[in-house]
Design a protein around this ligand. Structure first.
Ligand SMILES: [Zn+2]
Length: 474
């Protein structure tokens, strides 16, 4: 090893210990290690593999000189809240040039008329490999093959993109091993259309906790795959983080609380699964590989361990107390509430109470200034319905423009991709949607999607002739 390299290694180890003390220290953007593709063509990244010539890529080429002039009655930048009236947006190749910039020669005009043009949406909590029926007995891993579930994932990816979700963080393949990295890479290479994906592979949990098959005959242990990665010792935690990254995880997910099944219905307290020390161990091991940690939490000691342990985002959080929320403010932790999934499942008194607690926590978080980011938990409910999350956020008291920010500028920040996605700024990726109406005035407009562009390619256009059509010939 050259001495310069040794110095670099030394500097890296020192920086790790610094990182360990700062919950949200800036890290370089994520890279996709299995295929070596850059996340965005608009930023300078090392590209190890050239994208092959594959169907969606061929038919929706975003050649470096291909330019679009997209006209819209309103062009909305959620970050600032500014709407440009009657202007145009220039796209060249995979990138946004800017609003009302000079029109390049030979640019193709797309006149969208009476719509609001804005950045593509980001969902930070999806399960593209999960379906309703997978969550009840008999579980999907018992009767669906992973190739079958992968095909379901293609359908989920296309449905999500149609709704305007141009980036998703997929937070657990739920037993469809390797299907999330496969789907991510196929989309990145243009094999199929879909949202840009960042994936966690499997979540990490404890034996006897969340994501275990409870009461299964012990004779079946080891013969039926568990839906998550079980880890009960510090050594196992470190090993799980490392092997997930080896398999291509962009984020590490941990179940800090167990599920509703193990939530005390009288005290309304979730089962805590890890200590602060264990959380720090996971977070620091992930940071070695420049990865962030996402934690499934309900509230109480499990949530506190995740927050104080330095995870970047906490998910769900319906039972979070004021103390938990204050800890999130202090640590700069982002909260992804996923209101929709619980709101949709309210049959028992417990489930109804759970939703009441969730709404109360959300309103407290707004008052305390918790950083809220957008995620739906879609997959636990049908694809095509995940945009209902916006309406719930507003119904619970968030301003429509802030709800739009959670799924654009704030979500991009969570992914450490600010300036790359979730904005219309020049030099960012051309991920765009157009909706009927004014979503910052009436949030329901965000569900009226008429146009979707991903990486400079038009995927959906209900307004003019530039419609994506899949042709199977050569
Ligand atoms: Zn989930």
């Amino acid at each position: 090893m050259h001495s310069l390299q040794s110095l670099a290694v030394l500097a890296f180890s020192v920086s790790l210990s610094v990182l360990a003390s700062a919950a949200n220290a800036a890290l370089p953007p994520h890279v996709n290690i299995t295929q070596g593709q850059p996340w965005s063509g608009c930023t300078k990244r090392t590209e190890n593999l050239r994208p092959p010539k594959v169907p969606f890529g061929i038919q929706n080429q975003a050649g470096p000189e291909k330019a679009y002039v997209i006209r819209a009655a309103r062009i909305l930048e959620p970050r600032t809240g500014n709407a440009t009236l009657g202007g145009h947006l220039i796209v060249r190749g995979e990138c946004i040039v800017g609003i009302n910039e000079p029109i390049p020669p030979q640019a193709e005009v797309v006149d969208l008329g009476q719509v609001t043009l804005m950045p593509g949406l980001i969902d930070l909590h999806t399960h593209l490999l999960l379906r309703d029926e997978d969550q009840t007995f008999p579980y999907s891993v018992w009767w669906k093959t992973t190739p079958y579930r992968t095909i379901e994932g293609v359908d989920a990816a296309i449905k999500s993109l149609r709704l305007g979700f141009t980036t998703v963080r997929d937070t657990d393949h739920e037993g469809a091993v390797n299907a999330d990295t496969a789907l991510r890479d196929a989309i990145a290479r243009g094999v199929i259309p879909g949202p840009r994906m960042l994936v966690v592979t499997a979540g990490i949990t404890i034996t006897g906790g969340d994501m275990n098959y409870m009461l299964m005959s012990p004779e079946l242990a080891g013969k039926v795959p568990e839906p998550a990665d079980l880890a009960d010792t510090s050594a196992q935690l470190v090993e799980r983080v490392r092997s997930q990254i080896k398999q291509g995880a962009d984020w590490v997910k941990v179940y800090a609380n167990s599920t509703r099944r193990q939530t005390d219905p009288v005290a309304m307290q979730g089962l805590p699964q890890f200590s602060v020390e264990e959380m720090k161990l996971i977070v620091n091991e992930a940071r070695r590989f420049r990865r962030d940690v996402v934690a499934h939490v309900y509230g109480g000691p499990g949530a506190q361990a995740a927050i104080l342990g330095g995870v970047r985002t906490i998910e769900h959080g319906p039972l979070m107390s004021e103390e938990d929320l204050r800890a999130a403010v202090k640590m700069g932790t982002y909260w992804v509430p996923t209101l929709t999934t619980y709101h949709k499942r309210q049959t028992t008194d417990f489930e109804k109470q759970f939703v009441q607690y969730h709404r109360d926590a959300f309103q407290k978080a707004l008052r305390l200034g918790v950083r809220i980011a957008f995620g739906t938990d879609v997959g636990s409910f049908p694809f095509g319905e995940q945009n209902q999350e916006f309406g719930l956020m507003v119904q619970y008291g968030m301003k429509p423009i802030d709800a739009l920010r959670t799924a654009t500028s704030v979500a991009a920040e969570v992914l450490r991709m600010e300036g790359e996605i979730g904005t219309l700024a020049g030099g960012s990726t051309a991920d765009l949607i157009a909706v009927s109406g004014e979503p910052e005035a009436d949030i329901a407009a965000i569900t009226q999607v008429r146009f979707v562009m991903t990486n400079g390619r038009i995927f959906r256009n209900d307004i003019t002739a530039q419609r994506f059509e899949w042709a199977w010939g050569n």
